[in-house]
Unconditional design. Sequence first.
Length: 138
Amino acid sequence: MISERNILISYAALAFQSLFYDHLHNVIQRCTLWTPYYPHGYSNYNEFFILFKTSHELQLVEQLRKIPVHCPMLKISDVVFSHILVEKKVQQVNLLELLTSLQSSGFIDEYTLSIPIYHWNPDRTTQDFHHHSPLHSK
């Protein structure tokens, strides 16, 4: 027998789930899609995630925009996050030397470098989320 309590719990769970997906769809609708540019093919680049702390944020962003591949940047609190891709034929040491020289010159105060050990799987995209929404599945 279905009790009123079970119906309320089921309704609350459905409402929460649908609220999440409604917000997710709202975010997706308001976002700008971009087409990354990798002239030598994505697999020919090494990825680096870097957090920069600097008082020269605008100049840093202008310099990072000169990189000849897609280089997304975000302002997070008091740092600039950047996802930098460097051709595999270029030695990684060159990037590390550049970061060290930027810090020693005072252009950046500090940086944190992260090298991912896995890559994005094209089988799982945000466009798949609408299939999980109880209100948006048709």
